[in-house]
Write a protein that binds this ligand. Structure first.
Ligand SMILES: Nc1ncnc2c1ncn2[C@@H]1O[C@H](COP(=O)(O)OP(=O)(O)OP(=O)(O)O)[C@@H](O)[C@H]1O
Ligand SMILES: Cc1cn([C@H]2C[C@H](O)[C@@H](COP(=O)(O)O)O2)c(=O)[nH]c1=O
Length: 211
């Protein structure tokens, strides 16, 4: 039985998820909410180790199914060790990426199939879907430009994929918007950071006050 709220943030590379989610955390804490900010893959020791394996640019031999299974394994451990306990304590869990990333990246862009990747992830998440997902919508080319300008950011194995891969990821998210219209809300991520933050906060507030 979970009592908190599970909110995930999704979107292509460079859409501003990590920047904005930190601002959302601050704004919600200021309003008196108990918030846990975390990310996938990672968030806890075991999952951060899996992250290093998946995203290491030298691991070019990684098979797509192996990749999908590793994301699912990291997800399972993060969920049971960090997310579920926080939800039980009534916290708002803000998670930078979750199952929709697997569906868009591995399911659609890698071509494994959204239904197939959904099914391996059911074993990992056991029906624990987010209460709400904010999808940061941005042209993948613009997202990649933002990333390239950010000199301090580590470049991971997936960043190094061709633009066509990132376009497929974008296409995958559009399919998810059609599949989960109730859960996934679109945020226009092309606006100024402050505006994106404001729009996202408004959407979360609506979820938190709609009991
Ligand atoms: N709305 C915005 N307008 C312009 N630049 C932005 C905006 N949002 C974020 N950025 C910049 O774009 C870069 C990528 O942002 P960020 O790391 O938050 O994206 P992300 O969606 O988390 O990316 P990834 O999924 O690849 O980690 C950063 O340099 C950030 O400052
Ligand atoms: C959870 C998840 C992530 N990915 C990809 C998306 C990004 O390329 C990286 C994570 O890096 P970020 O800087 O933390 O966004 O992993 C994926 O392909 N599948 C997933 O399930």
């Amino acid at each position: 039985m979970t009592t908190g709220k599970f909110i995930t943030v999704e979107g292509p590379e460079g859409a501003g998820k990590t920047t904005v989610i930190k601002q959302l955390e601050k704004a919600l804490i200021k309003r008196g909410y108990d918030v846990l900010l975390t990310r996938e893959p990672g968030g806890i020791d075991i999952a951060e180790k899996i992250r290093e394996i998946i995203l290491n640019p030298e691991h070019t031999a990684m098979d797509s199914r192996t990749e999908a299974l590793l994301y699912a394994a990291a997800r399972r451990q993060h969920l049971v060790e960090k997310v579920l306990p926080a939800l039980k304590q009534g916290k708002i869990v803000l998670c930078d990426r979750f199952i929709d990333s697997s569906l868009a990246y591995q399911g659609h862009a890698r071509g494994l199939g959204i239904d197939e990747v959904w099914s391996i992830n059911q074993f990992a998440i056991d029906d624990q879907m987010p209460d709400c997902t904010l999808y940061f919508d941005l042209d993948p080319e613009k997202g990649m430009e933002r990333i390239m300008k950010n000199q301090g950011r580590e470049v991971n194995r997936l960043d190094l994929e061709e633009l066509s891969f990132h376009q497929k990821v974008y296409e995958g998210y559009q399919l998810l918007l059609e599949r989960f219209p109730e859960r996934i809300k679109t945020v226009d991520a092309s606006k100024l950071i402050e505006k994106v933050s404001e729009e996202a906060l408004g959407m979360i507030t609506a979820v938190l006050t709609d009991e």
